[in-house]
Design a protein around this ligand. Structure first.
Ligand code: KG4
Ligand code: ZN
Length: 334
């Protein structure tokens, strides 16, 4: 059966809608919320309100760009979790109402699985089984992907996510939220070996990023007298060194995971996979270990509804529809 699916993403601070016809993305509209910048992080209540403002125009634009009408839809998909409860509620309530009005089924999608399935939007797609390092503002996971809907987390962070480590260190450097892309930008002209930041080596395939944040805080505290001068004079070197440290932690566990599983098809996904240093390092490490690496297009790294639509396509093919009493799950597991 050919499915025409409207997908909605509203888990954090992007309101997005996409249309997918038989597994091919026809439109992907993203409204990024800028209201959070002055608060240095996402404010959940403001995120919910901004989703409410954006959702109707974003959905209308996705449908228009796909050159269809609402009556052509076979299903409405939405991000069920993980994410902010209020933000998820806006997307899920809208999806439910629309599906009810059109008398079509609903599909609830796991946001983290969708980040991984973004690799199937365009060719070349990874072959099963593959490993995916999923790195975002809320998660850091190594996932063994056996099939489209059969995934297993084999390693994850025990505290902060790596995106959080990027954003929190950026905040200590007085950079605006989200700081990850700015660290990336300044790092490009800096020396990655200029400074070192101690971190704890976690057992197995687990990660920990809270220690780096603390050692970075002490590093800056020790420069208290001339703190702002020090930052101003060394910003590229500081950013390059922080980024290098974070990437080394990620790559070490990824190499270990590949050795332990014998899998050499390796992908990255999630907002931090937009990081130019991580993309370059993955290519280099991949060449060293003979991996086949898969790096998503920039537009599919950070939150978007095209990935939700792709996941929904595979769920529709597997007959995995949700009923009208489905609820959002802020801490949704695989
Ligand atoms: O996947 P995503 O859009 O949202 C979540 O599901 O969390 O990821 C957002 C995270 C933020 O922490 C942001 O700073 C980080 O991805 N990020 C980056 C870059 N672009 C986005 N981190 C480092 N370098 C980048 N270029
Ligand atoms: Zn995400």
């Amino acid at each position: 059966m050919n499915y025409t699916i409207l997908a909605i993403e509203s888990s954090c601070d992007e309101t997005s809608a996409a249309v997918c016809i038989n597994g091919k993305i026809q439109s992907n509209i993203i409204a990024t919320q800028t209201v959070h910048q002055k608060y240095g992080g996402v404010v959940p209540e403001l995120a919910s309100r901004a989703h409410q403002q954006h959702i109707i125009p974003v959905v209308n634009q996705a449908i228009t760009e796909a050159k269809i009408t609402k009556n052509d839809l076979h299903a409405v998909a939405f991000t069920r979790g993980p994410g902010l409860l209020g933000a998820l509620l806006v997307g899920s309530s809208f999806a439910k109402a629309l599906a009810l009005g059109l008398k079509i089924p609903l599909i609830g999608v796991n946001h983290m699985q969708a980040h991984i399935l973004a690799h199937f939007i365009d060719d070349p797609a990874p072959r099963f089984p593959f490993l995916c390092l999923t790195v975002s503002g809320g998660h850091t996971q190594i996932v063994k992907v056996n099939d489209y809907l059969d995934m297993q987390i084999i390693g994850e962070t025990q505290d902060d996510a790596v995106g959080e480590a990027f954003d929190k260190t950026a905040k200590l450097l007085d950079l605006p939220y989200p700081g990850g892309p700015l660290i990336d930008k300044y790092a490009q002209s800096g020396d990655p070996k200029a400074f070192t930041f101690p971190n704890v080596d976690m057992p197995g395939l687990s990660f920990s990023f809270s220690g780096i944040k603390t050692s970075f805080m002490y590093f800056l505290r020790d420069k208290t007298l001339q703190r702002s001068d020090f930052i101003q004079n060394n910003l590229p070197d500081i950013c390059a060194s922080i980024q290098h440290t974070l990437i080394q932690i990620l790559m070490k566990k990824l190499v270990k995971a590949s050795k332990e599983t014998g899998i050499q098809e390796i992908a990255i996904a999630g907002g931090v996979s937009a990081n130019s240093g991580l993309r370059k390092q993955l290519t280099e490490t991949g060449a060293l270990y003979n991996w086949k690496v898969y790096i998503p297009k920039f537009e599919y790294c950070t939150d978007n509804a095209a990935m939700i639509a792709m996941a929904a396509h595979y769920k529709a093919l597997a007959g995995q529809f949700a009923s009208q009493d489905v609820t959002p799950l802020p801490r949704m597991d695989f």
